[in-house]
Ligand binder design. Structure first.
Ligand code: ACM
Ligand code: ZN
Length: 764
């Protein structure tokens, strides 16, 4: 009986240690026991010496321990394993039944055993082991003679084989030291692919020995756009921007990636996004040039000529050097956003279409990609391309990277091709992740950590068999607006960690509430590593429902405090517990707190109370995309800003005409509204604003109107219109903002319907 009780106590899962159990990504299975393993100088690492890559993993473990305890640690071949008195063994063992990249780790008081079928699994076991120690373990300056970890058993392996993060070094260049750090952070989160986007319209960033002008010309642009692309007219910094990685630097980075069990997927863009290469070698373009490396962002008509054999000789030579540098099995050849205009006009391209019996320019693009595929095959490399490579027919062995939604990935998988999912909606880490109002400039969008975490890489449309073609997912970091490494880190983290868990952890082990409390702790590890991660997790989100203000934090572990008088929120401000009725115009401020400590920024919301606040309305044309975030966004009391469209109600090519029912006759003196003027983003002023009143909701009379001179407005602005109504009483009010109509020729988006954006109909 006594023995039974003792056994029971021994194996009772240990309750404390919660901070050490915050493993990210979530492992497949973890059991926690009473007791601790002490990492100290008595540790000896045993590893199977014959296996080359196991040596790498063992080296990494030794390096990790030595950094933590500050003394040299012994490493011995497994045959030498004895259970010497006073020695704690960390034993690495080959175990073929463990899944690829997986591990089985048993942490006991007197030692640790790690079993894996490959060295990558051992490396990931070490990543988990590091997270078992206090978070200061990650701080290289904290050296302790003893570090304690809870005893446990962890079984783990990845859900997907492709767990990637991308970086665009074309728009901005980041030094080799940062690339290594980027790889380190990937590896820490068990991601295994670094997609290195090396060539762009704005710069060619990899040394190619056979083509020196790629270094002299294509690696340079004359100047760079300042501010957001939609701020027109465009302004430039007037400073030349030149940078590339030498092949020596590339080799060093490849070697480093290998030591972190990360495979690099280099990308050489074709046939589009190639202006920098054409600037260096204008003979490769349809017109022969001259061309210039792009100085602003976008999609350009200047692309490689598909009718000219010199193009293919050049690309064959480039890919030969690239394949020799990168040991991985994949090379990405781009394939996205290639306008076909210059091919349509080019005699050589047209001749190619005829000779090859192609139907159109899409099939010419397909021809182009198939030739790239053949070039790679000579070097035993497989081709990945963005989902446009589906258009005109997929190259036989191509893997598709699905970015314009999930359709490309679905089509590829259904056709029996492999696919990697990276839809803009969840995986584009260049989007805003927090209120754009208080964030540094980003390209646009709004993808929170929670949204990224919610991503499910297997589309519902696929059968189980087809789903096997989904290799995994990837976060993309396009750097138009990221000039510095610090800012790259800010945009990538913590969202990359959400994707790490999406691609590693079993679907049924994913849980936002659990993740959010683990990541709050994980932030301490990132702090120890001085990672410049974003703190959008601590944003307070506001929404109106039936005239009540709802405040929400991303995690239940967080508490919201708020004020309604515009004063700064402090630890003594009231705690939010239920929806707040707003009786009058006010400034709402709210912030997240955790255990009494403030986290993140104040949310500030200007609420205006007016005659139409909180009232429902009808619309002839319902917006579908830009809804302002709620059903009656035009009367919720919240105005928009020119930084984010999330609070605006927008519609394309049609009028907006909210009709409000006051419920009874009201005296109305004025109607104020705001609209957006941002022609670069296809958003146009209304032609005119008219206000109608009615007593019966059927017969309306014009009460006020104002014409808008759209042509007189440039740049990007929020404009206000104020219409006075004289001695008017009405039960119904209809405000008609007339669409600009079609975007005129010569303007961005020409021929499409202009967007019309309104935020709030302020009735007084
Ligand atoms: C892409 O974002 N153009 C792949
Ligand atoms: Zn051509």
């Amino acid at each position: 009986m006594k023995i039974k009780l003792l056994l029971f106590l021994l194996f009772l899962p240990f309750i404390g240690w919660s901070q050490f159990r915050s493993i990210i990504p979530q492992p497949v299975r973890a059991e926690w026991y009473r007791g601790a393993f002490s990492l100290d100088k008595s540790v000896v690492v045993y590893y199977p010496e014959q296996e080359k890559d196991w040596d790498l993993a063992a080296e990494y473990l030794i390096y990790t321990i030595e950094e933590a305890v500050g003394v040299r640690v012994k490493k011995l071949p497994t045959e030498k394993l004895t259970n010497r008195e006073g020695e704690k063994a960390i034993v690495l063992q080959i175990s073929p039944e463990v899944k690829p990249e997986g591990y089985f780790m048993r942490v006991k008081e007197n030692g640790i055993s790690i079993k894996a079928s490959d060295a990558t699994g051992v490396f990931y076991a070490i990543q988990t082991l590091k997270q078992l120690f206090p978070t200061s373990f990650f701080d290289a300056t904290t050296v302790l003679p003893v570090w304690k970890a809870p005893t446990c058993l962890i079984e783990d392996y990845p859900r997907f084989s492709y767990r990637g993060l991308h970086l665009d070094v074309g728009r901005h260049f980041f030094p080799p030291a940062f690339i290594k750090r980027y790889i380190d952070l990937l590896a820490m989160h068990k991601m295994n692919r670094f997609h290195w986007h090396l060539t762009e319209d704005q710069g060619w960033r990899i040394e190619i020995k056979k083509y020196p002008k790629l270094q002299e010309v294509a690696a340079c642009r004359d100047e760079t756009l300042v501010g957001h692309y939609s701020n027109q007219p465009h302004q430039f910094d007037g400073k030349q921007y030149c940078a590339y990685y030498t092949q020596e630097e590339v080799k060093e980075i490849v070697e480093y990636a290998k030591s972190r069990f990360v495979t690099i997927v280099p990308e050489i863009e074709m046939p589009g996004h190639s202006r920098a290469a054409l600037a260096a070698y204008p003979n490769l373009g349809c017109t022969g040039g001259p061309y210039k490396t792009a100085t602003k962002w976008g999609v350009f008509d200047e692309v490689y000529c598909a009718g000219n054999e010199e193009t293919f000789t050049f690309l064959d030579d480039v890919l030969t050097e690239v394949c020799a540098l990168f040991p991985g099995d994949y090379v990405h050849i781009g394939g996205d956003e290639c306008p076909k205009g210059s091919w349509k006009k080019c005699p050589k391209c047209q001749q190619r279409i005829r000779e090859e019996g192609l139907h159109d320019e899409h099939e010419l693009q397909s021809y182009f990609i198939k030739r790239a595929e053949a070039m790679l095959a000579k070097h035993d490399k497989k081709l990945i391309g963005w989902d446009e490579i589906l258009e005109g027919g997929l190259a036989p062995s191509a893997t598709v990277m699905s970015w314009r939604g999930t359709e490309g990935g679905i089509a590829a998988a259904k056709a029996g091709h492999d696919a990697i999912m990276t839809p803009g909606s969840h995986c584009y880490l260049d989007h805003y992740q927090s209120d754009p109002e208080t964030e540094p400039t980003a390209i646009g969008g709004y993808t929170t950590l929670q949204k990224t975490y919610s991503y499910e890489p297997i589309p519902e449309e696929l059968t189980e068999e087809e789903a096997k073609h989904i290799l995994g997912a990837q976060g993309n970091v396009w750097t138009e607006y990221m000039q510095t490494s610090d800012y790259v880190e800010y945009m990538a983290y913590p969202r990359a960690i959400a994707l790490a868990e999406v691609t590693w952890s079993p679907k049924n082990r994913r849980d936002w509430e659990d993740f959010s409390s683990r990541i709050i702790l994980h932030f301490q590890r990132l702090d120890a590593l001085s990672v410049n991660y974003a703190r959008g997790l601590y944003d307070v989100h506001a929404a109106f429902e039936n005239g009540l203000l709802n405040l929400k934090a991303a995690s239940e572990a967080l508490e919201i405090r708020y004020t309604l008088d515009g004063s700064a929120v402090n630890p003594k401000s009231p705690v939010y517990t239920e929806a707040i009725p707003l009786e009058e115009s006010c400034t709402v401020r709210a912030a997240c707190f955790q255990k009494g400590t403030r986290q993140g920024k104040d949310m500030v919301l200007e609420y205006s109370k007016h005659l139409a606040s909180g009232l429902p309305y009808t619309l002839t044309n319902k917006p579908t995309h830009y809804t302002g975030g709620e059903e009656y966004a035009l009367t919720n009391g919240i105005t928009g800003s020119d930084k984010t469209w999330s609070k605006w109600v927008g519609i394309t090519g049609k009028d907006l005409d909210p009709t409000i029912d006051f419920g009874k006759k009201q005296g109305v003196q004025s109607v104020e509204l705001h609209f957006v003027n941002s022609k670069g983003s296809w958003i146009y002023p209304p032609r005119q604003i008219q206000v109608y009143t009615s007593d019966d909701g059927k017969n309306f009379t014009l009460a006020a109107e104002q014409k808008i001179d759209a042509e007189a407005m440039s740049g990007r602005s929020v404009e206000t219109v104020n219409l006075a109504l004289k001695n008017t009483e009405a039960r119904y009010l209809r405000v008609l903002a007339s669409s600009y109509g079609q975007i005129p020729s010569g303007m961005p988006g020409e021929g499409n319907g202009a967007w019309l954006f309104l935020d709030e109909i302020i009735v007084k």
